[in-house]
Design a protein around this ligand. Sequence first.
Ligand SMILES: [Ca+2]
Length: 468
Amino acid sequence: MLLAAAAVLQPPVDQRPNILFCIADDWGWPHASIYGEPVVETPAFDRVAREGALFHHAYISSPSCTPSRGAILTGQHFWRLKQNANLWSSLPQEFPVYPEILENAGYHTGHWRKAWGPGKLDVVDRTQNPAGKTYGGFDQFMAARPDGAPFCFWLGASDPHRGYALDSGEKSGMDLSEIRVPTTFPDTPEVRGDIADYFFEVQRFDRDVGAALEKLERMGELENTIVVITGDHGWPFPRGKGNLYDSGSRVPLAVRWPGKIAAGTTRTDFVSLTDLAPTFLLAAGITPRASMTGRSLLDDSSRHIIFGKERHTPAQEAPDMGGTPMRAIRTKEYLYIMNFRPDRWPAGQPDPMKGNILGQWYSDCDNGPTKLQMIANKDESPVSRRLFELSFAKRPAEELYLLGTDPEQLVNVADVPQYKEIKMQLSARLVAELVRTGDERALGNGEAAYEGFPYFGGGGGMKPGFKR
Ligand SMILES: [Ca+2]
């Protein structure tokens, strides 16, 4: 009894780790120098990876801002989150988010710049962003921290989301001749310049992360802080963002966690960004909610990953204006994609006059020089036509790619008899996992469950993020 009383009178110093979560907007794998990407320089990301773990197979839940961020915050796949399965939606209160759970457990929580979103929270009676109270920066957040409290900070950014300042990459000194152009794009000066402008913003995000790391180091807090750096999905280029190919769904991930992750760790197993919420809760001594489909990041046993997409923009013809629902399973050897609506256009319908509220062609793909050039030149040659179709044409109900010989996922072998058996195995595995985790699309209720919700992104011919 005496010991218990003493413990109450003199609580131990709070040893729970701080959490610094840094998330870029539209930053895809492998666009960091430590992955071997030439031209772009990411010293902060590289440092965290060197002093902790570099992940080679990290995947989002959905390659679209709002559902990806909702999945990170709740630790659940987006198909469990009702309207939050869509871009420009809302996140109902029934879904607990890790920053609120940590705040209730005594953590000082907050965010800077882009957090959950885009969308509307007042329609679900949320008064604060699910990532925590809004601050003007990491300095302001730390100045408001109560003495002795561990913190949980969301360092957001709108980099490298479009639009870009034209030629900002080249003007900053990048050598365009060193840029690696994916084989899905024409290799032209405009495309190289577009990639350099994207890298320019990646580097700006990395500098913001570097400043936060230096501050923690100066304060003597870096060693008691879990630092995570990643992106919400792939880059805003054709066949990137909004797609289930690696170019849309695979993201950079580095984690620095002294005492738990050894410096120089290389992780080649599959992890989902839904794993972050349960990992953070466990680090704080809190049991993850049963609703969370993610698992601890310290578990390195996963040999596959699943992810998917509902509505990004309402880019189809009126009146349905729905999305292009898809689900995928990715292993080291295969990528298998199920397209539930092969009748719809995966990058948006081609004719802006057919009534979609954005009034643009192919509006499910962000506008920019690469997209514009690929569309303008689509009939110039068989090669330009092929590239155009890989990004903008309709897709069959099933896609299967052999990653050993086709890492860019260009040749669909779903109809090749030789691969029928493996395709059926992957399909069965995917559907079983989707059904187990309550995916209404896999259960046959997708339209009713996800498509009836409003799109809060407006119209008037402007797509969110299009500034050029
Ligand atoms: Ca994004």
